[in-house]
Design a protein around this ligand. Structure first.
Ligand SMILES: Nc1ncnc2c1ncn2[C@@H]1O[C@H](COP(=O)(O)OP(=O)(O)OP(=O)(O)O)[C@@H](O)[C@H]1O
Ligand SMILES: [Mg+2]
Length: 314
């Protein structure tokens, strides 16, 4: 298997804080790994080690085939990093920022200008390209930040919470950009607190909490760990909930859960598709009108809640 990132037993302690307590992870070339975890889990610390900005206390990390401690320059030449805080100069224009980076990366004057033009177009920043970055909106800054880490054509891209603070349209646009990069063969490791983001972008997910990997797998594997799908019935008139319960109860694996106030009944069905049909018929025969009748699968939010014990937005 061709691995773009290989991390084993990574440890890092700041003063007394054990930020990483033996983290293992690997990312196949050309795939996306989502690193999910609550505040303080160690995500940024892990990214900083992999991007050669921080030396680990123990363990090893190889990126694009090179050791981050022994061969940091080789690693740096092949990676891009969009950090939690944008690293662009506010006083320069977007274009000037990109040209400057291109020159630092030895693209030459014309090469740097050409690359800047290309990236401004790709990130929909042509109109704003000649304004100082200080006048950009949050979404525009994020796009410029991402553009700036692509100047040197990295093979491996680290994105630390790339869409925090973006509105849904900008988030979607950035997701599309990341997918485009992956289609071009770039390997991406992104950290996020948005389960939806990991679900949408990641081929594999690791969940970290308190410096340890507490779960990993594909989004579907993680969802499956939480359990089966269930039927959710919203009764149109909540005072008919007991009637719904009495006809649905016999079709369920366990006792259904009920929210009498909202008229909600949730149950795991015994017989798959036949169970769904039987439930619909039973409700109709009992004369119970339903406002909503749907089959639900666990979401990554449920997975996270199960693993970490609290939702991410706490
Ligand atoms: N420079 C530092 N000095 C001391 N402690 C630090 C330092 N940087 C991080 N820490 C601590 O290490 C732990 C992990 O921090 P880290 O920034 O890696 O978490 P994170 O998962 O990125 O969190 P967030 O979601 O808030 O960005 C936290 O307890 C944090 O307080
Ligand atoms: Mg962080």
């Amino acid at each position: 298997m061709d691995l773009a990132i290989e991390v084993s037993g990574l440890r890092k302690t700041y003063d007394k804080t054990h930020a990483l307590r033996g983290v293992d992870l690997s990312v196949r070339t050309g795939s996306v790994l989502g690193v999910l975890g609550p505040n303080g889990a160690g995500k940024t610390t892990a990214v900083r080690v992999m991007a050669t900005l921080l030396e680990p206390d123990g363990g090893t990390a190889k990126v694009a085939g090179f050791d981050v401690v022994k061969q940091p320059r080789e690693v740096r030449r092949r990676i891009g990093l969009a950090g939690q805080n944008a690293a662009v100069d506010e006083l320069l224009t977007g274009r000037e920022n990109l040209v400057l980076l291109g020159k630092l990366l030895h693209l030459g004057r014309d090469g740097a200008r050409g690359r800047a033009k290309e990236l401004l177009e790709r990130f929909d920043l042509v109109a704003a390209g000649d304004r100082p970055v200080g006048t950009y909106s949050g979404g525009m800054r994020r796009r410029l930040d991402l553009a700036s880490c692509l100047v040197g054509h990295p093979q491996v891209l680290f994105l630390d919470e790339p869409t925090t603070g973006l509105d849904p349209a900008s988030r979607q646009a950035l997701w599309n950009t990341v997918r485009g990069l992956v289609d071009d063969g770039v390997t991406v490791l992104l950290t996020t607190q948005y389960l939806e983001e990991a679900d949408y972008l990641a081929d594999q997910i690791v969940v970290i909490a308190a410096g340890r990997v507490i779960a990993d797998g594909t989004p579907d594997e993680l969802k499956r760990k939480v359990g089966q799908e269930w039927l959710e019935v919203a009764v149109a008139l909540p005072d008919r909930t007991p009637d719904a319960l009495s006809v649905l109860g016999p079709l369920a694996v366990d006792t259904p859960t009920v929210d009498a106030e909202k008229g909600l009944v949730k149950l795991q069905l015994r017989d798959g598709m036949d169970g769904i049909a039987a439930a619909a018929v039973a409700l109709r025969d009992a004369g119970v009108d339903v406002a909503d009748f749907s089959l639900r699968r666990p979401t990554l939010d449920d997975v996270f809640f199960n693993l970490v014990g609290h939702p991410t937005d706490q």
